[in-house]
Design a binder for this molecule. Structure first.
Ligand code: FE
Length: 202
């Protein structure tokens, strides 16, 4: 069974002006779709073909050659699926309890979390991802390079923002800070984060 492009869990024109329909056509319809196509090409006829995405990512992490290519595409498929699930039209605002308390325990306030998240995302040099993760029961902010994610680093992913240029250039040009700030304030899908936290707390 080949991997398939996950449909966007929201309407293409519902995230503007932070993320326009045009950006989503390129980002989901071209970039994300290409990772899926390449992943299927690279795993075809290998023992990885029948494994699930997370197993493939873990099996090919920190390798070279063809395994590196499989890792990059598999990890980018997982990261993008996670990113789309992290977004919601009319998101942002105040996280529901008990998530809000956990954010306050880790970052003093939701506003401070937002500032620290933007700061970390801007500090990620070049392409990568900014994450909210749960590590040893505590919430932390992390960043990863290129296709890397908490799946192969540390902690459990709770929320993410794609900070590759293709995520924001059409709508925000070089203004990564403006993009990330708008995503945190207006599009964060706190229901999804709360559900993830429930799962990792178990
Ligand atoms: Fe992307």
């Amino acid at each position: 069974m080949a991997f398939e492009l996950m449909p966007l869990p929201f309407a293409k024109d519902s995230l503007g002006p932070t993320i326009s329909a045009r950006t989503l056509e390129h980002h989901h319809g071209k970039h994300h779709a290409t990772y899926v196509t390449k992943l299927n090409e690279f795993v075809a006829g290998t023992p990885l073909e029948k494994q699930d995405l997370e197993s493939i990512i873990k099996a090919t992490a920190n390798k070279s050659g063809k395994e590196r290519k499989i890792f990059n595409n598999a990890a980018q498929v997982w990261n993008h699926d996670f990113f789309w699930n992290s977004l919601a039209p009319n998101g942002g605002s105040t996280p529901p309890e008990p998530l809000k308390k956990r954010i306050e325990a880790a970052f003093d306030s939701v506003d401070n979390f937002r500032d620290k998240f933007v700061e970390a995302a801007v500090g990620q040099f070049g392409s990568g991802w900014a994450w909210l993760v749960a590590k040893d029961g505590k919430l932390e902010i992390a960043t990863t390079h290129d296709a890397d994610s908490p799946l192969i680093t540390e902690g459990h992913a709770l929320w993410t923002v794609d900070v590759w240029e293709h995520a924001y250039y059409l709508d925000h040009q070089q203004n990564r800070a403006g993009f990330v700030k708008a995503v945190v304030e207006k599009l964060a899908n706190w229901q999804f984060v709360g559900k993830r936290l429930d799962e990792v707390d178990r």
